[in-house]
Design a protein around this ligand. Structure first.
Ligand code: HSE
Length: 308
């Protein structure tokens, strides 16, 4: 049956997740973007963006409509005409996968009305949306947003994604009131890293996958360390070390940078409220800046909520 309209939801994600630079991702239950699509005649794309966050409104610059158009092309469906409404539920440039949520939502919405079920194609179109904003077709955020749970980009070239159901966790996210573009956060990374840093990350990444498979929250927290990106990026996030210390003292199982930052996240089995407060206060007293924060849990991924 031909479908003419659909509505999908697509969640925030935490890429890298400690030692898995460009490889690991954790899907969050909230916040989410809501993306509606309706077929029109051939060729024209009308985009409307709602919500309080500012994102591009030109169809070739907005990741939702851009990923939707790429999906149609990948499926040989030519130049689809459609109207799309994007209700942004998360702040761009904060590190919680805003562009990936929109990209996955746009690609999934177009897939829904075209009857495309192949997740690899949806993943690819969504990653093109990531490339539009960061200059690199990285799959970690889009994989987590699309598949849900904890995801490993096991082979980016072969589009091999492994999805693992994580243990029960509380996730505290602190978003400093500053913005860091992924493109800029990638520019501070070295072209080469020391072999012992690479080995350390390999060990921690292996431990992390094992901990996820055993659904052991404490072990997951203990492997939340990174030597490949966080040491270089934390200078873009004022107060990083102080906030991390205070969250750990308040009982967090582990704390790291969310994606390319500036958001930080803490994992906990309990006391998420106390950890959130400790991190917020530490950030304010160390920097004089304000932040937003929330507590969520791992989530199940993007969903087609309605189709007709
Ligand atoms: N893996 C990407 C990076 C995620 O760290 O640059 C961007 O959110």
């Amino acid at each position: 049956m031909r479908s003419d309209k659909a509505m999908v939801t697509s969640p925030a994600t935490i890429a890298n997740f400690g030692p898995g630079f460009d490889s690991f991702g954790l899907c969050l239950a909230s916040p989410i973007d809501r993306i509606s699509i309706r077929r029109t005649g051939k060729g024209s794309v009308a985009l409307r963006v709602t919500g309080k966050y500012e994102v591009p409104t030109a169809s070739e610059e907005n990741t939702s409509s851009y990923a939707a158009m790429r999906l149609a092309e990948l499926c040989d469906n030519g130049k689809q005409g459609f109207t799309m409404t994007v209700k942004k539920g998360m702040k761009p440039g904060s590190g919680i996968g805003s562009s990936a949520a929109s990209s996955v939502g746009g690609a999934l919405a177009m897939a829904a009305i075209l009857g495309v079920k192949d997740k690899e194609v949806i993943l690819e179109a969504a990653a093109m949306g990531e490339e539009l904003v960061s200059g690199v077709r990285h799959y970690d955020n889009v994989a987590a947003a699309l598949y849900g749970g904890f995801t490993v980009v096991a082979d980016a070239e072969a589009r091999k994604i492994i999805a693992i159901k994580p243990p029960e966790l509380q996730v505290v996210v602190l978003m400093p009131d500053i913005s860091v573009k992924t493109r800029d956060a990638r520019a501070v990374l070295p072209k080469k890293v020391a072999i012992d840093d690479a080995v350390r990350n390999l060990s921690f990444a292996s431990g992390m996958v094992h901990a996820m498979m055993r659904r052991d929250a404490r072990a997951v927290g203990s492997y939340l360390d990174d030597r490949l990106s966080v040491p270089y990026r934390k200078k873009l996030v004022p107060g990083f070390d102080v906030v991390r210390e205070s969250g750990l003292e308040a009982g967090a199982l582990g704390i790291s940078l969310a994606g390319s930052g500036p958001a930080m996240f803490a994992l906990a089995e309990r006391d998420a409220g106390r950890i959130r407060l400790a991190m917020t206060r530490a950030f304010r007293s160390a920097t004089g800046l304000e932040s937003k924060s929330f507590v969520t849990t791992p989530g199940g991924g993007a969903r087609v909520e309605s189709i007709s």
